[in-house]
Design a protein around this ligand. Structure first.
Ligand code: FCB
Length: 463
């Protein structure tokens, strides 16, 4: 290892892992009674996903999971974070559990435990049953109740073997990428509807934690994963500073203020008063949303720079919740990944320190996703060399260690992702895996970063 990719020592009990999500890897969309999700519908509608890709086959993990668990074992991760597809458990989003769906995750969990890898389960990584979308989806408070029922079913079946339970992955993306920007399923651009969705996602989180805690058997721990952004103004101009505050509201405070602080964000009425009366809120919702958390998952990829720009439709009736007169800009000098995302690891330490200062008494933090897409290729020897990914991860681990040294309580790091997979609106073109997937024959080829991550973890554990 060169000195740039050397990683400082982390605490002995620090947890190392990798993450994936159901729709991105499983395939087998018509098997064992699985219902349709909003991502099946969205990805099959022309124009939504690059090259018309969809998750019908993906990495075929549903059939190849023993091979994938062997990859995890050989990698030597302590934990594996995966998600359960709600439409495999309740094809119509309600009613009794489809036992074939539960059995699949039961087999996966057993295989992981046999391999010495802790399963870490996420209940919702964006694949809402389409039947619920047709009844209003997250705009409708009933979806939150349905989510809690689903959580209780999965927890009842797997709570004896799975100790870590994440309710939602990145509600920002479900509410705003899906329903205000329209780049993700269900692919709409709404004002009030997107804000209602953000709210009902949080209500669903609160109800699900309550339901699972009520039937807790022993060691289970409950939390949520947020993708938080280190938001900065594009310049010292006061207009850009206030743009950064609006972007901070959209990306962070909508979720962190109620979930961690037990308050509604102070600036929300000012920013959104013309598009919503927030009439979807009930008196005791704040208490419900602010359930005690056993951990907070943070996904971090890059910071965001906000520039003031007139982006809002002057007619509030046509304005989406993401039209807040902000343009995203990136300092031209920064390197970028294949996603076009700037590489700026200090964003991670800055964000964690700010969270810590702002909310105090935070639950233990886990970085539940961090990683990068690069243009990986198989070389003449059949290997995949990805030095940029190695450098990216190493630099973020350095930033993380710095935040920890300054007092932030971080307990683990999960790299996104084990495998190249269906990268949502970008389809299969963007590769985030430590393992390359050849989509012609679904062969898995560990990249150089896989071996680097393995050796780094071994070194952390003392060889
Ligand atoms: C996150 C998602 C994950 C993956 C990475 C690159 O926002 O949680 O599924 O797509 O981005």
């Amino acid at each position: 290892m060169s000195s740039e990719t050397d990683v400082q020592k982390f605490p002995d009990d620090f947890e190392w892992g990798v993450s994936t999500a159901a729709y991105q890897i499983e395939g087998a969309v018509h098997e064992d009674g699985r219902g349709r999700s909003i991502w099946d519908v969205f990805s099959h509608a022309p124009g939504n996903v690059a090259r018309g890709d969809n998750g019908d086959v993906a990495c075929d993990h549903y059939h190849r999971f023993p091979e994938d668990v062997a990859l995890l074992r050989d990698l030597g991760v302590g934990s594996y974070r995966f998600s359960v597809a709600w439409p495999r458990i309740q094809p119509e989003g309600r009613g009794p559990a489809e036992h074939r769906g539960l059995d699949f995750y039961g087999r996966l969990v057993d295989e992981l435990l046999d391999a010495g890898v802790e399963p870490w389960l996420t209940l919702y990584h964006w694949d809402l049953p389409q039947a619920l979308e047709e009844r209003g989806g997250w705009r409708n408070r009933d979806t939150a109740r349905r989510f809690a029922d689903y959580a209780a079913l999965v927890h009842d079946a797997l709570g004896d073997r799975v100790t870590r339970w994440t309710t939602l992955n990145e509600p920002f993306c479900s509410a705003f990428l899906g329903m205000a920007i329209g780049e993700h399923a269900p692919g709409v651009r709404e004002g009030h509807g997107a804000l209602a969705a953000a709210h009902h996602l949080m209500v669903g989180h609160g109800l699900a934690v309550q339901a699972m805690r009520a039937q807790r058997r022993g060691e289970e721990r409950f939390g949520i994963t947020l993708n938080l952004s280190d938001v900065r103004p594009a310049s010292a101009d006061p207009a850009d500073r206030s743009a950064a505050e609006r972007l901070d509201l959209l990306h962070n405070r909508v979720f962190t203020d109620p979930i961690l602080g037990g308050v509604w964000p102070a600036s929300e009425r000012e920013v959104w008063s013309e598009i919503s009366d927030f009439g979807f809120r009930r008196a005791d919702d704040l208490a419900l949303i602010r359930q005690p958390l056993d951990f907070l998952g943070v996904n971090f990829y890059c910071p965001a720079w906000a520039k003031s720009a007139p982006t809002a439709d002057p007619d509030p009736a046509h304005r989406s919740a993401a039209e807040i007169d902000v343009e995203y800009v990136v300092p031209p000098e920064l390197p970028r990944t294949a996603m076009g995302w700037p590489v700026e690891p200090e964003g991670m330490s800055g964000l964690l320190r700010r969270l810590d200062e702002e909310y105090g008494e935070l639950p233990p933090i886990y970085i539940t996703e961090n990683g990068a897409a690069y243009r990986d290729e198989i070389d003449a020897t059949g290997a995949v060399s990805d030095p940029e990914r190695i450098a990216f991860i190493a630099a973020h681990l350095t930033a993380l260690r710095t935040a920890m040294a300054k007092g932030v309580d971080v307990r683990g790091y999960f790299c996104w992702s084990l495998l190249d997979n269906f990268e949502w609106a970008y389809g299969y073109a963007k590769r985030f895996g430590l393992v390359y997937v050849d989509y012609e024959d679904l062969r898995r080829i560990p990249k150089a970063s896989y071996y680097w991550y393995r050796d780094m973890m071994r070194a952390q554990r003392g060889g």
